[in-house]
Design a protein around this ligand. Structure first.
Ligand SMILES: NC(=O)c1ccc[n+]([C@@H]2O[C@H](COP(=O)([O-])OP(=O)(O)OC[C@H]3O[C@@H](n4cnc5c(N)ncnc54)[C@H](OP(=O)(O)O)[C@@H]3O)[C@@H](O)[C@H]2O)c1
Length: 171
């Protein structure tokens, strides 16, 4: 599998790697939302059909190229590009300028983590009841955390830090 430095896994997770429950985020941390926007505006995001459905009115995020993965026959999403599989996704990505963010959910992270050269993960100092999880991003799976980030306390009281990872080895 060839990794790409311009393909960045972007996620937020609780202390156990939980990322969502009942097709919604676990917690809403305004600073993390801003951080997500700052990274992705003007760039390309890749998300699964269920994550798109979880957005406000099921609409793609504005001011970004939204690429949706779905195998559902006839599925379309206005204002977004829909691709049926990883091969089709990479055909689209070959023509893309700038950074490309893999933005979940779980099945999309799992399908694409092996291609990502970088990962930026907001870690919440909280344990939530989750039904969707991040894949293991650690030394054991070939990742180096080169910036652990500083713990900060959100305006809503949740402690969080933003960790940056790069690949130790090609997977
Ligand atoms: N904390 C975070 O950073 C974060 C970010 C994003 C999402 N989330 C959370 O993650 C959860 C959703 O995760 P999820 O795994 O259930 O859903 P998902 O990954 O958002 O979407 C799953 C759907 O994407 C399509 N898909 C996935 N891989 C594909 C592939 N290789 N080829 C073609 N289509 C593919 C399929 O659509 P079809 O069924 O149409 O084939 C699949 O049912 C929610 O709780 C959400 O809030 C958290």
């Amino acid at each position: 599998m060839m990794t790409r430095d311009d393909l960045i896994l972007l996620a937020s997770a609780d202390a156990s790697g939980g990322i969502g429950k009942d097709n919604a985020l676990l917690v809403r941390v305004p600073e993390d939302m801003r951080h997500f926007r700052e990274h992705t505006v003007g760039q390309t995001i890749i998300i699964g059909r269920k994550t798109l459905a979880s957005f406000k009115n099921g609409q793609p995020l504005p001011n970004r190229k939204n690429v949706i993965l779905s195998t559902t026959p006839g599925y379309q999403a206005e204002g977004a590009v829909v691709v049926k599989n990883i091969a089709e996704l990479f055909e689209i990505l070959n023509g893309v300028q700038g950074r490309i963010y893999v933005c979940g959910g779980e099945s999309v992270y799992r399908a694409l983590v092996g291609f990502c050269g970088r990962a930026v993960i907001t870690r919440f100092d909280a344990s939530c009841d989750a039904d969707a999880f991040l894949p293991d991003i650690s030394r054991e799976t070939g990742w180096l955390c080169h910036d652990e980030g500083e713990w900060k306390t959100s305006e809503n009281g949740i402690r969080f830090r933003i960790q940056e990872y790069e690949r130790l080895v090609q997977s």
